[in-house]
Design a protein around this ligand. Structure first.
Ligand code: ATP
Length: 252
């Protein structure tokens, strides 16, 4: 069995002008894992995802993906290599229909793969999100926030990524919609998709992740299995608050 991680990051740094947002972090993700990166506002989580996806160039450090050194490569090359990003705020094409948004997701595969296999994946995305099938020709900009999140995830699925980066998928969604979206994320992972999940809802993220990293002020300050971090006093105090105590009371 290979022990090489799918993604391995070493001493990664990124500064915006003179401001260091990511200060030399190390972490890895094995194939098939669901790993979460949690932390407060401004900790550097989105910046980290953007660097991995090629939207920002690192100031220093290395990123290995599938054995390739990918640090500083442009986003389109990394998408073709198998890195998919569902950005914070979803980034759907508002003036396009749901179908067109999903077709855009498969754009990087056109030419290299048959239209039948793309059609099969469209079918799979619509089976995952029946609500999108009902609204296939509706403009994405007229969808609810939760429906737009579904489009963003389905669009990323259409590119058949080997690593899916999700930035705050629960942001701004009603609790029932959060549940739906997280069920889908968990199912995708159970079907074999490797996922890096950035989330402010630490309780939810830790409840489904295999492992977790805590990021604070640009540095990774804690790491371990999701269970370990869920039971860590520092994590409870800073990120889980009252929810953790409720869970503890129920379990005892
Ligand atoms: P949130 O949970 O609020 O999205 P985050 O952990 O994702 O926060 P980042 O968005 O990565 O944090 O931001 C990390 C730091 O970098 C913050 O101090 C932020 O103000 C700064 N920053 C982010 N983008 C830029 C930019 N384009 N120019 C300058 N500074 C930036």
């Amino acid at each position: 069995m290979s022990t090489t991680p799918l993604l391995e990051i070493k001493h990664l740094k990124l500064s915006y002008g003179g401001i260091a947002a990511v200060k030399g972090i190390d972490f890895y993700i094995n194939a098939g894992e669901l790993v979460t990166l949690i932390g407060a506002n401004g900790a550097g989580k989105t910046t980290t995802l953007k660097v991995i996806a090629g939207l920002l160039k690192p100031s220093a450090g290395s990123i290995q993906f599938l054995g390739h050194a990918i640090g500083g490569k442009p986003a389109y090359e990394l998408a073709a290599l198998g890195i998919g990003l569902v950005p914070e705020g979803r980034g759907v094409f508002a003036r396009m229909t749901i179908l067109e948004n999903l077709q855009m997701g498969a754009y990087i595969r056109q030419g290299s793969q048959s239209s039948e296999s793309i059609d099969q994946d469209l079918e799979m995305a619509l089976t995952t999100f029946p609500r999108l099938r009902e609204r296939l020709f509706q403009l994405a900009g007229t969808l609810s926030g939760g429906e737009q999140q579904m489009v963003a995830i389905a669009r990323a699925m259409m590119a058949k990524p080997k690593l899916l980066l999700l930035d705050e998928p629960s942001m701004g969604l009603a609790p029932l919609m959060v549940e739906t979206i997280f069920e889908v994320i968990q199912n995708l992972n159970q079907q074999g998709m490797t996922i890096l999940l950035v989330e402010q809802n630490a309780r939810l993220a830790l409840s489904m992740a295999d492992r977790a990293y805590v990021m604070e002020s640009g540095a990774i300050t804690l790491s371990g299995s999701a269970d370990q971090l869920f039971n860590d006093d520092r994590v409870r105090e800073a990120y889980l608050g009252a929810d953790a105590k409720i869970k503890e009371t129920k379990e005892t």
